[in-house]
Design a protein. Structure first.
Length: 157
């Protein structure tokens, strides 16, 4: 390490004063550019989150499991529900098919579609093949129940 510092010092001591000023100015300009890129990325990320909350209607699925409530934020435009480990929301109930249903969103409206499951998909106790959803709807897949609800205000940001 001392050798590197020594070589750096020799290189810098051989530079003329205008060269040092130009080098320092270049470093400052590069730093300002890097900071502006970081700020732009942060702003774009915030805008994307706000757009997604509008598209997804800022909803989540909730379910009760062993005396606790589990929240599943709907953070994609297509959510696979089922028993299989590759499902976006995995329900370990044996009455749920491996690939039971899929939820999709278009313009803030969520739709659930049954994927030819054995035990069926129900919305508010009515069997459905496909159904548009509204906050407060109860979705039953086999014996598993999920409720569509607005995300709490503290989770929005």
């Amino acid at each position: 390490m001392p050798e590197i510092l020594s070589e750096l010092w020799q290189m810098l001591s051989g530079l003329q004063v205008p060269d040092l000023v130009l080098s320092a100015a270049a470093v400052v300009i590069l730093d300002m550019f890097a900071i502006s890129v970081i700020l732009a990325v942060g702003r774009e990320s915030t805008l994307c989150r706000k757009r997604w909350r509008k598209v997804s209607a800022n909803l989540e699925l909730r379910r009760k499991e062993e005396k606790k409530e589990i929240h599943h934020p709907l953070e994609a435009d297509e959510i696979l529900l089922g028993r299989h480990s590759s499902a976006d929301i995995q329900l370990k109930d044996p009455s749920v098919s491996r690939y039971h249903a899929v939820m999709t969103v278009t313009g803030g409206i969520w739709t659930v579609t049954d994927l030819n499951s054995k035990s069926g998909t129900f919305v508010n106790d009515q069997r459905v093949r496909q159904k548009k959803l509204a906050p407060g709807d109860c979705i039953r897949l086999g014996n598993a129940k999920l409720w569509l609800a607005k995300r709490p205000a503290e989770q929005e940001e």
